[in-house]
Design a protein around this ligand. Structure first.
Ligand code: NDP
Ligand SMILES: O=C(O)C1=N[C@H](C(=O)O)C[C@H](O)C1
Length: 273
């Protein structure tokens, strides 16, 4: 097979297809649909998808697609993971508002069967914000008070946001690790949430000492920022070997899986610098 003519087509199912994120992902797939990695064309098409008004159920969505993207509501997560156990497919969970501890056994079983990405924020800017904040925490975390402020649109159902909780978790973990011998009494980081107008998503981390303050704000003004990371995640799940630009032999492309191996992943694995 001529490598130049190589293309592969994958069907993508969306859970929450009629929502703000679902619509934005569908719009991206309608406009672009073909993605080139090295000289290979990867075509992503929208397959049977799910919302409260759809004619397909979640089981059918899993049966009919190569990869599933979930941007819906935490109330569906139990059913989604039950479905994965019977019909494992690569899955991206973008839905927020749920506690991973409540699903740890199920997530473990499912991720033994298929790769699953849990991503409370799929934008590249958010990844960069977390990366820089962790660096700052190692430099001035010991001397500063840290707080997180998040602002979102009035219709957002969960509070605090999944992104703020993930920033808090990773910063507290870093501080615990760095400040084992510190005199600081508490490393707990407060989160302040505000719901207002149609703000797409805004997260600020403040590092404040008695005399100075460093602020890192990430502001999304178009959901396309989230969609960009979703598409990268889909390509990573389905074509991980290509994605990292490995030298694939012809046989490997045709005969061997090029997808990610089963496991639990985050957006950090996808955007790995
Ligand atoms: N990871 C990230 O980067 C981002 C994550 N999010 C998260 O994604 C999720 C969705 O956000 P958003 O698109 O703004 O939300 P919307 O409320 O706009 O959309 C929710 C979607 O889920 C469907 N849905 C919700 N509950 C049910 C149910 N019980 N049964 C069937 N379908 C259901 C809705 O269907 P219907 O319309 O028929 O009710 C709709 O399609 C949220 O948890 C949000 O926090 C959002 C943006 C970015
Ligand atoms: O519901 C939203 O809109 C968003 N939810 C995510 C979260 O809870 O962190 C990400 C984003 O900021 C938008």
């Amino acid at each position: 097979m001529n490598k130049k003519n190589f293309y592969k087509s994958y069907s993508i199912g969306i859970i929450g297809a009629t929502g703000k994120m679902g619509k934005e992902i569908i719009s991206e797939l309608n406009i672009n649909s073909t993605y080139t990695i090295l000289d290979k064309q990867i075509i992503l098409t929208l397959g049977p998808s799910y919302s409260s008004s759809s004619k397909f159920n979640i089981k059918e969505v899993f049966e009919s697609n190569d990869c599933i993207i979930d941007f819906s509501n935490k109330s569906l997560l139990n059913l989604i993971l039950d479905t994965v156990e019977n019909n494992p497919k690569p899955l991206i969970i973008g839905t927020t508002g749920w506690d991973p501890n409540d699903f740890s056994d199920k997530l473990k079983r499912c991720s033994n069967l298929t790769p699953i990405i849990i991503a409370p924020n799929t934008s590249i800017g958010s990844f960069a914000q977390k990366f820089i904040s962790l660096q700052l925490a190692s430099i001035i975390g010991e001397y500063s008070d840290i707080d997180i402020l998040e602002r979102h649109h009035r219709n957002k159902k969960d509070s605090p946001s999944g992104t703020a909780l993930e920033l808090k978790r990773s910063l507290e973990e870093k501080l615990k690790y760095n400040n084992k011998n510190s005199n600081k009494s508490s490393n707990l980081i407060p989160i302040l949430s505000c719901r207002s107008g149609s703000i797409v998503g805004e997260h600020t981390i403040n590092f404040t000492t008695d005399n100075e303050m460093i602020t890192i704000t990430h502001r999304v003004f178009d959901r396309k920022a989230f969609v960009q990371g979703v598409i990268k995640s889909v390509l990573w799940l389905l074509c991980k070997e290509l994605y990292f630009q490995n030298n694939l032999s012809e046989n490997c492309i045709d005969g061997v899986s090029i997808s990610a191996t089963p496991g639990l992943y985050t957006i950090d694995n996808v955007l790995e610098l």
